[in-house]
Design a protein around this ligand. Structure first.
Ligand SMILES: C[S@@+](CC[C@H](N)C(=O)[O-])C[C@H]1O[C@@H](n2cnc3c(N)ncnc32)[C@H](O)[C@@H]1O
Length: 127
């Protein structure tokens, strides 16, 4: 509820770098950085994302076999969380090399397989 209670403060200070979202206003940092320092929140959020992704992927793979993935040799799921979507694609289409790119604290405990790999980084920062 804290970001919600910070809406007014956030709205009146738009443009200030430390005030990019109501969440940052309330907690002093953006959500994904905060989650990186709070293992319980990190786990809860990632599980919620994965749960949502499982539902979507069942439908997508059943209905999109020939249409969406035909001819594809590789793909990168940027912001792919713990890899639920990429793993479902990698399992259903062994000829596609799938990469999950997400923040290091999100992917750190996840291992790839023959055609699935995990890369940690920040999509907004050039290496
Ligand atoms: C809305 S979630 C989507 C998760 C995933 N696509 C799924 O369906 O399960 C957004 C994802 O973007 C990741 N993310 C946020 N900021 C990022 C950044 N700067 N670089 C890389 N990944 C980032 C988060 O960690 C999170 O996993």
């Amino acid at each position: 509820m804290d970001p919600w209670h910070s809406l007014s403060k956030w709205f009146n200070n738009v443009g200030d770098d430390s005030n990019t979202t109501p969440y940052a206003t309330a907690h002093g940092m953006p959500f994904f950085k905060y989650a990186g320092n709070e293992p319980r929140l990190n786990h809860l959020f990632n599980e919620a994302m994965a749960s949502d992704a499982r539902l979507v992927m069942t439908v997508l793979i059943q209905n999109g076999k020939g249409l969406i993935f035909e001819g594809l040799k590789s793909l990168v799921d940027v912001g792919g969380g713990t890899g639920t979507i990429a793993k479902a694609i990698a399992d259903a289409f062994p000829q596609i090399n799938c990469t999950v790119f997400d923040l290091p604290h999100v992917i750190e405990e996840h291992e790839g397989s023959k055609n699935l790999s995990f890369v940690g980084g920040d999509m907004f920062i050039k290496r």
